[in-house]
Design a protein around this ligand. Sequence first.
Ligand code: PLP
Length: 359
Amino acid sequence: RKYNFYAGPSTLPVEVLEELKEEIADYHGEGLSMIETSHRSPMYDRVHEETIELFHELMGIPVNYKVLFIGGGATLQFGMVPMNLLKPGTVGEYVKSGSWAGKAISDARTIGQVRILWDGKDSGYTALPDPVSLKPGNDAAYLHLTSNETIGGVQWKAFPKTGDIPLVADMSSDILSRTFDVRDFGLIYAGAQKNIGPAGVTVVIIRDDLAAASPENLPAYLRYKIHAEKNSLYNTPPVFAIYAINKVLRWLKARGGVAGIEKLNTQKAEAIYSVIDGNPGFYSSPVEKSVRSRMNVVFRLPSEELEKEFITRAKDKGMLGLKGHRDVGGCRASLYNALPLEGARALADLMKDFAAEKG
Ligand code: PLP
């Protein structure tokens, strides 16, 4: 198999792909596939329940939070968060840390009042605020942040403490990659397709009191309360994605859980950043050192021609997806949970050789 450095959709662990291949047509001798069975059958129900339990266990999610599986991608959450939490007379507060935060803000503006508490524009979205400096207003319904900007490559290392104001986070590109205290948050959402499993499901972790407060005048699917009351079975859930997620979570648990993968993720990121820092005339990282992402390493070479040549060389060596996002250019190595340490080391070696040859 090739090494997958694409920013998404997903890298799945090879062990999970092998298991899926094995079971796809006949789930454990049941005579039918998990994809074909009713989402209300005992066969699926076991997987559904276990997947929720595994999230609680792996992330330390307290019992007063629900884990929900919703369609529509993280993008739907850009709208669902303000639809459910932004009440008349309150303001949705946002940290504008880059492209994804920007999209969340644009959608919130279509629903109600928005305040930008901090904007990274002056740095070209290569920095983040000191979490301690962020003070939500008394009229704030919530404070929203993007824990990892997948395009810009900035990642929060600590989160603000917002007291009674719920902290809401888009964790699409770094959920399950590192430990943190879920109790600091009122709501967390993440499109599955980077660290959790295949595209098609968004995981929402929501405190019970916030789910209960969904306005009655929204269509059912858009209300967290309905998803919470129906245990994500109000309508047909994305069963295949949830089934695959179950396997990814088991895989993660067997590897020491989130703390175990965090160690590996740190080593993977260090392997790449040390080559960038060790070759200052050749590689550069636009991101302020203290907030460099461990999931999406963004870097530049001395010219666009060399970047192109490097990306082609990497591809020839079985390393895919290193082109930076079209909005920012350059190179980007996404080091999601399923990328093995050897993959990051292979890329680091190639970067060293390339710099020695061309520098
Ligand atoms: N938020 C972040 C941080 C992302 O990286 C992405 C997609 O890459 C999204 C939101 C949008 O997710 P989706 O495509 O699931 O709607």
